[in-house]
Design a protein around this ligand. Structure first.
Ligand code: AVI
Length: 328
């Protein structure tokens, strides 16, 4: 059996209920209510996200797939320059896109092992099994945990060469200060010769961006609203989910897509496991997600602030998305 390291308490990938209750209570007690987007990804939320990735409006996944497909040879050559390495995939999920690189790595007979990291234990189990069938020659050591827990893994294996993958524009869901903190901590566990391949959604026509987060079929709305269903399920709450709607706006000055849940009426919600009663005014907005879009000079600056230097920028044919290879 493929080894799995379990860093989260629960197998189903959901976070510890106490931490969830704490974060929900904190977010909903603020004057401008918020909920952290990392709680989108319970079982139902992860399935909805998989659906989002196939939507015609959600260009990000297809664009990144094209970037990887068209540049896999060059990427793998650049990864393999320094010999034996660990390929660490932060937020691997079903690793649909990483498999493009894994096949190419096998093809070029690179000396590496694969360390997918994800908060979903189910996803890591399925990925380990699917890789055993599809690419049995690849050595896999899946890690179940949040990003910061994965950093511990990096620390323990500090001396060995590493290539870190942070794909899918996941960096976009961090605030700028968080991005800096996160990239700096990754950097602190890396050595000269190590690399980071990071997926970034680029600034573009605001209409294109907006549609990606407000699709015609309403899958993104369901994904956003699932957060309330999850609070009902896990924290014994009584959100009337029909009394909320999804609303998304793009601010082209800041380059940020913001998503909200808006209360359609004045209402009270009881969240028993958080010991909280929350009042919503009619049309009060609760912010659930930020998705930052960047241009390359901003990414260059972000990298430099965190001790990384751009080695190569790989684009899709429409320059909607980039995978940026950094070196330490
Ligand atoms: C996971 N993350 C990069 C997605 C994004 O595009 O910000 C999550 C998402 N939210 C709505 N649609 C997709």
């Amino acid at each position: 059996l493929t080894p799995m390291i379990e860093l989260s308490r629960r197998q189903d990938g959901s976070n510890d209920t106490t931490a969830f209750a704490h974060d929900v209570a904190e977010g909903l007690s603020q004057r401008q209510k918020t909920l952290p987007s990392r709680y989108f990804y319970d079982g139902a939320g992860s399935k909805l996200f998989q659906q989002i990735m196939t939507l015609p409006e959600y260009y990000l996944t297809r664009c990144e797939q094209e970037v990887l497909q068209e540049n896999k040879e060059a990427m793998v050559r650049q990864f393999s320059q320094g010999g034996l390495f660990h390929l660490i995939d932060l937020g691997a999920g079903d690793a649909f896109k990483t498999k493009i690189l894994l096949s190419e790595l096998s093809e070029q007979q690179s000396a590496f092992d694969y360390v997918p990291v994800d908060i979903s234990g189910d996803a890591m189990q399925e990925l380990s099994e699917s890789l055993q069938k599809e690419l049995p020659q690849v050595k896999v050591e899946a890690v179940v945990g949040e990003y910061f827990q994965a950093l511990k893994w990096l620390q323990e294996n500090k001396a060995e060469r590493k290539v870190v993958l942070f794909l899918g524009s996941n960096i976009g869901n961090f605030e700028t200060a968080e991005s800096i903190g996160f990239l700096r901590s990754i950097r602190s566990y890396l050595q000269p010769g190590d690399q980071l391949l990071m997926g970034v959604d680029l600034r573009k026509n605001p209409d294109v961006i907006l549609k990606a987060y407000d699709d015609a079929a309403g899958v993104t709305a369901a994904f956003n609203l699932n957060l309330l269903h999850r609070i009902n399920r896990e924290l014994d709450a009584d959100f009337d989910v029909n009394q909320f709607c999804h609303h998304a706006i793009y601010n082209p000055l800041e380059g940020v897509m913001r998503s909200f849940l808006v209360s359609k009426s004045e209402q009270e919600v009881h969240i028993r496991k958080a010991g909280l009663t929350v009042h919503f005014d009619a049309w009060e907005a609760l912010q659930t997600e930020n998705s930052y879009k960047y241009n390359i000079p901003q990414i260059d600056e972000l990298g430099k602030e965190c001790g990384f230097e751009i080695e190569t920028v790989f684009y899709d044919s429409q320059k909607r998305f980039a995978d940026v290879l950094f070196k330490v």
